[in-house]
Design a protein around this ligand. Sequence first.
Ligand code: PSU
Ligand code: MN
Length: 304
Amino acid sequence: MSEKFPACKFSTEVLEARRAGTPIVALESTIISHGLPRPINLDVAQEVEEIVRMHGAAPATIAVLDGVVHIGLSSVQLRDIANREDIVKASSRDLAITVAKKNSAATTVAATAHLAVLSGIHTFATGGLGGVHRGANQSFDESADLTALSTLDITVVCAGVKSILDVGATLERMETLAIGLVGYRTQSFPGFYLTDSGFSLEHQVNDAKEIASILSARRVLGTNRSALIVANPVLQQMDRTLHDKVLASGLALASEQHIIGKEVTPFLLEHFHSHSDGESLRVNIEIIKSNAALAADIAVASAH
Ligand code: PSU
Ligand code: MN
């Protein structure tokens, strides 16, 4: 993506990293605006960027502000994403409309990955991917994250998919869509708040160098047209009984209140945060930090 394109701006830090050949890690913004409560969302966003720097890479938090796509945010822009009331959640399909209307939006995994690849960034850290929702055989609710990742050459570090989803169906869809999947130091697919979703993985990797060698093999074999997911489990998971209880009440409430479309995921995440006495928030924050560190290590390892 050209810097000349008026709808796109790179942060000074990203431009500098490009000049110096420093690896860059893309970071998602929906997690800041819609995934975490204020005011802690801003602290977390800043800390996550700092972790990426400490691991030798440059952070590029991606978002749209007043019709301009930003690859990397200044501290003022990061604050805007965390606090402004007019920030909506944008998936890939919303990007052009948001830009043309000069609106502002935080980008989902799908939209962030799209913009990252467009600007030459191929490593991305997030919390949990979107996937197939429970009851999708009726509602058809499947996140655009999956279809986007089936067409993008990007490595996404995440803690699996949220346990609010139909994990088994999501894994099947990932297989259909040829999205690569490895577990980081685990044989179990993580369930976001939980270290183990109950589904096992075929492939385990144990360090960033091993992931870098998979990435070069993907390029040689031409299987880099879809994403590679690195599933990194949280170390200290949420209490499982509490998790199951809050999940059940959240799903019941969502159905009772007819929550649909893009509201479903933020609704359930918020329900977790307000009904788990800080537990889901603690785990969510730990997840993003640890994924940012691993993504930076991967970006550094694959730069060599
Ligand atoms: N994971 C989190 N917090 C979030 C999300 C994921 O820990 O806020 C967001 C991501 O932006 C992801 C989106 O792309 O939820 C998926 O939404 P949907 O299910 O509507 O596609
Ligand atoms: Mn959906």
